[in-house]
Design a protein around this ligand. Structure first.
Ligand SMILES: Cc1cc2nc3c(=O)[nH]c(=O)nc-3n(C[C@H](O)[C@H](O)[C@H](O)COP(=O)(O)O)c2cc1C
Length: 207
């Protein structure tokens, strides 16, 4: 299900007016501005003190938008591309945010929900940098992303979140992701919704 920006903004406004927003308490602001990118971290593939940074590009995508961007991130970084695959895939009904009882609404209303994921990176210890891609759901990352993080020891790693959305920014995304990867360092989430291949290559080489 591909959601146009207009459709989503309309849907959110309607939900907010009706008092049935999915996550409760989050900013309902489709025009939220993207914060400036954090600097200082070495880009993937670069050498740091003679050691080449090894990169993983892990992403969750329910309808393919983030998947396409993740492929471009992997191309730009030369990193290994891995899909975060839920045990139970999300179907159209699961993704219906108009329905308070839909799977995504129920999961996102309970930030402690941890939908099972199949994906395990056996050699996670070998990676220095993890690009982490996801769609924004109710202003944060889907909780299936938390499941993935919590299944791996990411201590000491640099996590570079990126996302696609129907118009909103990352909201409180980091507040909910950070506790799932203790000891990891997170960069500011990057909005790749409208990013071209050239934009993504520029972002990767500049960070
Ligand atoms: C359950 C659900 C909640 C969503 N919540 C938001 C939101 O809070 N803000 C927003 O801009 N877009 C929201 N969207 C739209 C998606 O972020 C957007 O369509 C995204 O590009 C989909 O990525 P994907 O194709 O990789 O799954 C939501 C979509 C779904 C299915």
């Amino acid at each position: 299900m591909k959601l146009s920006r207009k459709e989503f903004v309309f849907a959110v406004s309607a939900a907010a007016l009706a008092g049935c927003g999915g996550s409760g308490g989050n900013d309902v602001n489709g025009a939220e501005k993207e914060p400036p990118a954090a600097g200082g971290a070495p880009a993937a593939g670069k050498e740091v003190k003679g050691k080449k940074m090894k990169t993983l590009v892990a992403y969750f995508s329910a309808t393919g938008t983030t998947k396409a961007k993740a492929a471009l991130v992997a191309k730009a970084t030369g990193g290994r591309l891995v899909e975060i695959t839920p045990e139970k895939p999300y179907n159209r009904e699961d993704l219906d945010w108009h329905n308070k009882q839909s799977r995504s609404s129920v999961e996102m209303n309970d930030k402690k929900s941890r939908p099972a994921v199949k994906t395990r990176i056996a050699d996670i210890a070998d990676y220095d940098v993890v690009y982490l891609g996801f769609p924004i759901w109710w202003y944060v990352a889907p909780t299936v992303v938390n499941t993935f993080l919590e299944a791996h020891d990411l201590k000491g790693k640099k996590i570079v979140p990126f996302f696609t959305s129907g118009g909103s920014g990352a909201g409180k995304t980091l507040d909910y992701l950070k506790p799932s990867a203790p000891g990891a360092t997170f960069e500011t989430p990057k909005n790749l919704t409208d990013a071209s291949e050239t934009d993504i290559a520029g972002w990767v080489s500049g960070r």
